[in-house]
Design a protein around this ligand. Structure first.
Ligand code: SAM
Length: 309
């Protein structure tokens, strides 16, 4: 299959009268080696259905179709979405394996919103070169609304990758690190330079391999929570509470938890009491807390103790 090179990308932009939009994060990959490496690292096999956010001109889409998998490509820019099947055909891809949706991926609210053609499996993998300004909200959103997603292999700005993979107390550790740790485990796959894009971004990039882990199992093991209370609804309520605590704690990350969680808990004293009930030292800062610590705080807020029994 003929993948897209720099000349193809420039010619496609001219033919479609697209001048890449910074706001939409439109930096198109011009290097076949890079997209082939991403498709290979994703480990997709023939027959798999993959969801791709932001196919753009189709650089990565072609590399995925080359693996003989099925691709649901969700593109916000109607000009790019309309051109995609044509480009795929022109480059020798099997366009029967491509389903294009023209829409904001953040508006997908469940698997039923995907235009899955008959006979296609539910996607288990997200593979994308994400629009850099909304990469974290997009990944978190897809983990939430597509429970069938087992993993994601995505390219993002290098600094964003650092935040995603950071562990407790690392310099880059922050709210995105904890929220992703709720869903699973992220590791950096490889770096990508600026010269493989058109236009070249003014930041470096990195590919991240994210694997979803079984949240129910983690809650049972880490927190000794009783299985009986862990319905899907209870887990979702707990997750929302965890994310609220994370947002509060990291919005004032230089302060101690007693202060940063004061509004969340009602007052500095209520925050101290909550933290003590959760077994977390009130004098610590947010950057010292793991997802398990935040889960204990959320459980204490919801149930008065860190046990759901
Ligand atoms: N996958 C292509 C590649 O690797 O060359 C393009 C990647 S480019 C970094 C990001 C793409 O995401 C653009 O095509 C942009 O129009 C699209 N996009 C931006 N925001 C989006 C959103 N909220 N939902 C779906 N697509 C979006």
């Amino acid at each position: 299959m003929l993948l897209l090179g720099a000349r193809d990308i420039i010619e496609l932009c001219a033919a479609l009268e697209v001048s890449p939009s910074k706001k939409k994060g439109q930096n198109f990959v011009t290097n076949p080696g890079t997209v082939r490496r991403i498709a290979a690292a994703a480990g997709v096999t023939p027959g798999d259905t993959v969801v791709e956010i932001g196919p753009g001109l189709g650089s990565l889409t072609l590399a995925l179709l080359e693996q003989d998998c099925k691709v649901i490509a969700i593109e916000i820019d109607p000009r790019l979405a309309a051109a995609l099947p044509v480009t795929m055909r022109q480059h020798g891809a099997n366009s029967a394996n491509l389903c294009v949706m023209t829409q904001d991926a953040l508006e997908i609210s469940g698997v039923s919103d995907l235009d899955l053609p008959e006979g296609w499996a539910v996607p288990r993998q997200l593979v994308a070169n994400l629009p850099y300004n909304v990469a974290t909200p997009l990944l978190l959103h897809f983990l939430e609304v597509l429970p069938g997603l087992e993993g994601a292999l995505v390219m993002v700005q290098a600094e964003v990758a650092d935040r995603w993979v950071a562990g407790v107390a690392d310099a880059a550790y922050g709210a995105p690190s904890v929220k992703l740790a709720w869903w699973g485990s992220a590791k950096r796959a490889f770096k990508v330079g600026r010269n493989v894009f058109y236009p070249a971004p003014n930041v470096d990039s990195a590919v991240v391999d994210f694997q979803r882990l079984e949240v129910r199992q983690r809650l049972k093991e880490d927190l000794k929570l009783s299985a009986a209370g862990l319905t899907d609804e209870a887990i979702e309520t707990l997750r929302k509470e965890v994310f609220a605590a994370v947002n509060a704690a990291f919005s004032q990350r230089r302060k101690t938890l007693r202060q940063s969680l004061a509004k969340y808990a009602g007052s500095p004293d209520a925050a101290a009491a909550l933290l003590e009930a959760a077994g977390v030292t009130p004098g610590l800062r947010a950057e010292r807390l793991s997802v398990t610590d935040f889960t204990k705080i959320a459980a204490a807020k919801l149930y008065g103790t860190s046990d759901t029994k």
